[in-house]
Write a protein that binds this ligand. Structure first.
Ligand code: GLN
Length: 249
């Protein structure tokens, strides 16, 4: 079995351990006998229908976001079609913002988003920085927690009725006000959580792998469990830090 991953703009949006997230997807797939075929998708390169099972886009500063936004907008319809056809997608921070409808920076300039996720983002004055802990319930799967680190000036507002990735236990989340973090549509997940997101939240890596596999096997498969002692310990440290410090101005 093979999974094809399309990593969007790795040369521009890569500041938050994005390669580490890919490495986790690769390893956890390999441990189950699944080969991860890693491909990059750069500026001007087309997204071909049906080529990828899983997309990844990472975080970057406003400058890098501005450099890729028009190209991403052009790829938007193909990416939306891919998710509608069952592809999984993980978007982090700056990439998460551009999967929404738009990102407006401090000067008021607006970058187009692709509208895959139902939200918009407006930059605020103070950055929201710190450890985050979330409670999530993704389908399929029961209640879970996610621990990570956030660093963003953008305040993301979900559209009425949109599904968040989780509820904030500690930290700021989408906008520091409504208690939501991230956004989810079908197999696509956007989040501000970065740093080593997947290394310390192995269940989310497995959720993405399973959703990506569903495109090939017709249903979301049960993945063989892995001994995740180290991963769980890393997550516990991160969760404790979030609980004791959280993100605060
Ligand atoms: N435009 C972003 C912000 O809100 C960039 C987020 C990021 O990836 N650091 O700060």
């Amino acid at each position: 079995m093979k999974l094809v991953v399309g990593h969007l703009y790795p040369e521009y949006l890569n500041i938050y351990a994005d390669r580490g997230n890919i490495a986790v997807l690769e390893r956890r797939s390999a441990w189950r006998g699944i080969e991860l075929d890693y491909r990059t998708i750069g500026l001007g390169e087309p997204v071909r229908p049906g080529e990828h099972d899983l997309y990844y886009v990472g975080g970057g500063q406003d400058r890098e976001q501005a450099l890729i936004a028009p190209d991403l907008a052009a790829k938007g319809p193909a990416l939306i079609e891919a998710v509608e056809a069952g592809a999984a997608f993980l978007a982090v921070c700056g990439g998460y913002q551009l999967l929404g409808r738009f990102y407006r920076d401090r000067s008021g300039a607006e970058l187009p988003g692709i509208g895959l996720l139902p939200h918009h983002t407006v930059a605020g004055e103070r950055r929201m920085i710190g450890d985050v802990l979330l409670e999530c319930e993704l389908d399929p799967g029961g209640p879970q927690t996610l621990a990570g680190f956030e660093n963003h000036a953008g305040r993301t507002h979900l559209d009425e009725g949109a599904e968040a990735l989780g509820r904030v236990v500690s930290g700021f989340g989408n906008n520091g006000k409504d208690g939501f973090e991230g956004c989810r549509v079908a197999g696509a997940v956007g989040t501000y959580l970065h740093g080593p997101l997947l290394p310390r939240n192995a269940w989310l890596a497995d959720w993405l792998i399973a959703r990506a596999l569903a495109r090939r096997v017709g249903e979301v498969p049960e993945l063989e469990p892995l001994p995740d002692e180290l991963e769980s310990a890393a997550k516990d440290v991160s969760a404790e830090r979030a609980k004791s410090r959280g993100g605060r101005f």
